[in-house]
Write a protein that binds this ligand. Structure first.
Ligand code: EPU
Length: 333
């Protein structure tokens, strides 16, 4: 379906009211191929999922694309594992719920993350000790010239919230399906302290109890975008050098961190922002969320630029207190 002069208000979780010249939704690879051949996808173009990791600062003078490819199927199976192929347009949490219902292990810690299957593979979503790259087997794509290509996970250059598909050279490439390799054997990732605490007292740990525990932790900590516009973590957690890490941990003995084998350390940006005094603070309708400083929220009517303005102020405060530059995780358009 092609629509013109289209409001993106319901297609970005920050709830920013901007327009796109053209908005196109398609339900199959064939339909997308036809749109390509008939040159409907005018430039500039941008492919979005649920708009849960982007911030529009102005109207988009081009074509916004959105996938509605929706099928889930088993493409291979052995004694231990199942390979599940899912359409890029499937709601992520619906897919996680489906896998949990089928007794397939692996994705349960990624419950309730906003977004869609396609974006999971672009963004390498992660939470509670699991990154989706560890469950992806391959990623199927089509480019703006109509050429299809399947990437094995080893070709996707996955790292923390990053992948091959985020590189500027790949902006002509659209993810159509993702194949996940899930386990049929009982195995959980429960090393995250808050998850362990949440499960404590449960009779037996099952896929369903882990999923419920994750959902309740997230509901407590993170604002519901339907109520308060936001895009989850606005910033990435910065990684600092070994020397800087030693200095910081001497100065701030209570500082949380995750140390890598090479001595560098990831410091939670939420903690840095809170220490810099910005938790819960607002500039106009843009605010730092009161329960989790890593999240910026739209209290109602904020523009994209209002949120960028707040982000700049927060970054500057963290830079001047800690000499660390925290970088937005959200794509600013
Ligand atoms: N912290 C504070 N103040 C705050 C927020 C956090 O001091 O306002 C401290 C916490 O006490 C904790 C540490 O920072 O010691 C880490 O906090 P948390 O475990 O909540 O995780 P996070 O680093 O803030 C990351 C991901 C989340 C993911 C959680 C759980 C990034 C940028 N964010 O957040 O992902 O859900 O871990 O695994 O890596 C997202 O990407 O949108 C997202 C929500």
């Amino acid at each position: 379906m092609i629509q013109t002069d289209f409001s993106l208000l319901h297609h970005n979780t920050f709830g920013v009211d901007v327009k796109a010249n053209k908005f196109i939704e398609y339900s199959s690879v064939d339909e997308l191929s036809e749109l390509i051949v008939s040159q409907q996808i005018t430039t500039p173009f941008l492919h979005i999922g649920q708009g849960s990791n982007l911030l529009f600062t102005k109207d988009f003078a081009g074509t916004i694309l959105h996938s509605r490819i929706g099928k889930i199927e088993i493409v291979k199976e052995d004694i231990d594992s199942v390979w599940v192929r899912a359409g890029a347009g499937i709601d992520w949490d619906h897919f996680v719920g489906y896998c949990v219902d089928q007794n397939w292990y692996g994705l349960e810690n990624l419950s309730l993350i906003p977004g869609e299957v396609g974006a999971s593979a672009v963004q390498n979503i992660g939470a509670y000790g699991v990154e989706v790259k560890d469950l992806i087997s391959s990623v199927e794509t089509i480019n703006i010239f109509g050429e299809k290509k399947t990437y094995d996970v080893s070709e996707c250059m996955y790292s923390y919230r990053n992948s091959l598909f985020k590189q500027a050279s790949m902006k002509n490439v659209f993810v159509t399906h993702v194949v996940y390799k899930l386990s049929k054997k009982r195995e959980f990732t429960l090393n995250y302290a808050s998850l362990k605490d949440e499960l404590e007292g449960d009779q037996e740990v099952t896929l369903a109890t882990v999923r419920l525990a994750i959902i309740s932790i997230r509901k407590r900590k993170l604002p519901d975008p339907k109520v308060l516009g936001n895009a989850g973590s606005f910033f990435m957690n910065p990684v600092v050098s070994h020397i800087r890490f030693k200095e910081l941990s001497e100065e701030y003995p209570g500082m949380p961190y995750y140390e890598y084998p090479d001595g560098t350390a990831k410091i939670p940006a939420g903690w840095l922002i809170e220490q810099a005094g910005w938790k819960g603070k607002a500039i106009g309708a843009a605010a730092v969320y009161e329960n989790q400083a890593l999240v910026l929220v739209n209290k109602g009517g904020a523009t994209g630029n209002d949120i960028v303005h707040l982000s700049d102020a927060v970054r500057e405060a963290v830079r001047s207190k800690f000499n660390i530059d925290i970088k937005p995780e959200v794509n600013i358009i």
